[in-house]
Design a protein around this ligand. Sequence first.
Ligand SMILES: [Zn+2]
Length: 185
Amino acid sequence: MVLPILKFPDPRLRQESLPVREDMPPEELQRLVADMLDTMYDAGGVGLAAIQVGRPLRLLVLDVGLGPEVYVDPSEPLLGPERARMREGCLSFPGVFGDVERSTSVEFEEVYRAASATGVPPMVNLVAAGVNTSDLPGTPEQRRMRAQCLQHEVEHFEGVLLVDHMSAVAIDRARRRAKRLGRGR
Ligand SMILES: [Zn+2]
C-alpha cells in the first residue's frame, strides 16, 4: 500500500527515530516494510526512511537497481575515508536537489538486514551482522550510490535533513518550492 510521504517542512521530519522494538510483531514489521517499498517505488525514489511515512523507527529501505534492501536498527555509521560531492534528492523535498559531500563507503558494525531480489524480504530471515558497503554487490557506481543513500537515510533517524547540507539561499528556494507544490494539491 502506498503511504503519504511527509513533506518538508513537516515538523515530524525533525523528530528522532527510535529502535524497532524486539516485541514488534513480525507481521507488523513486514507490513510496514512492504508499504515503505510500495511508497518508495511509487515515488520513484532510491531510498526511504520510516519517519518519512510518519513512523519514527530506525528502519530504512533502498534499491540501487539490484532489488529491495531493508535495514533495521543499523548501528552508528562508520564513514569511509574517501569522500565525494554527489547530487542528492529526498522524497520529502520533491524536485529539490543539492550537492552533498559524502563518504563513498560506509560500515555498520551491527544491522538487521534483509535483502531480496523480488518482493518483500521474509522478515524471519533477518540476521544480526555487520555490513560494509564495499563488500556488498553492485557496480562501483551502485555501491557508491548505496553508501550515499544509507548516509542520507540514517540522518533521517536523527531528524537531519537535506536542507541542513544546503546553503541558506538553497533552503529558501526549497521552502518556496515546497509551499508551491503544497498549494497545487
Ligand atoms: Zn530523505
